[in-house]
Design a protein around this ligand. Sequence first.
Ligand code: NDP
Ligand code: MG
Length: 391
Amino acid sequence: MKTIVILGSTGSIGKSLLKIINKDKKSFNIKLLTAHKNYKQLLRQAKLFKVKKVILTDKKTYNLKKENFTKNNISVFNNFSELGKILTNKVDYVMSAIVGLDGLEPTLKLIKYTKNIAIANKESIICGWNLINKSLKINKTNFIPVDSEHFSIWYGLNKKFKTTNVKRIYLTASGGPLLNISNKKLNKIKLSQVLKHPNWKMGKKISVDSSTMMNKIFEVIEAKKIFNIKYNQLSILIHPDSYIHAIVEFKNRMISIIAHDTTMDIPIYNTLFDENKSYILNKSYSLDLNKLNSLSLKNVQLKKFPVVKILNLLPSKSSLFETALVTANDELVNLYLKNKIRYNDISSLLIKEISKKYITIMKKKSPTKVSSILNVTNLVRSRINQQIHIK
Ligand code: NDP
Ligand code: MG
């Protein structure tokens, strides 16, 4: 029986993982589930999977709803400070799927308590990879990437992180819902159109990031860190079908093209099981020749996606600049979703903000502590909000 922890079990990734576990319940013993506010879903999950310990991180919800758990004989905690009591032995597998930078501390804390950690939380990898990597080594914990592109690269490298034999890695991008809409029309684009992703069903924030191409910029940064490769060995290719997720070009001219159907269930499934286990969610799969015969891949156009310029501004060593970039984008997307700025402002204000001195000097500062990462986040958030407020 595999022992498991899921950070962010009520989210899209967490739910997909539980759907897989539900197909083979007897093989798993879930030791801990966590959520922020969604206590109803968390309670439902804990009952269904007979989980005895949960964490609900939102203080108000915790205080109001903790009895719903205790009367069902489920211990509920409000934070990650008592992990030692919750997990007495190393578990086999942790899925880190909290959204945003709030996922960094829990991810770092869990590394000590698990043999394997699958990390979906992008922000942790982009902003705190050097802290994560150090802890993985100290605690001899295996890391598995979850994001479909990074899972595919890892798979194409025979489940290794060694890239000395690699010439170039291509990450594919669908181009999002606005790929074929003229630049002129973008300023008047409706939110409903921005959120209508052609292939993936995702939350609002990541859907906006996908439409501006910022999601792919983040994934390039993730790939650089995870695979310890140079930025000039990473490229983005537009691939509207999202069938191919990555292409690895080796120095010996062999090329590995990694494809799977457009669902996160497949990488999530494969972080949990080894490749000898047949897929249990949809058994009647056969190769789709129509899809294979109509693959279409193109270079990304800078005019259409101005944020691609950011790739030339990234420092070669991990720095606090990446945190500033993540935060500035996060704040601008929030302002857009609140109707405070226009769609095109997201990209233009982002490039302007990260070119300011208070942010460019961060390229020389290494993220050595979680607190320094969080300080940068607070600083950038308040600077952006002040400006928009003054406007
Ligand atoms: P969701 O927003 O669907 O779920 C997020 C989870 O985190 C929920 O369980 C939520 O709890 C919890 N949470 C939210 N805020 C906090 C907080 N402040 N502290 C602790 N827990 C919190 O996100 P996704 O599942 O879509 O994504 C998770 C991560 O994986 C993200 O970083 C995303 O970029 C990445 N990712 C997602 C992909 C996808 O297809 N969805 C693909 C690749 C990567 P509650 O429900 O109570 O709010
Ligand atoms: Mg992805």
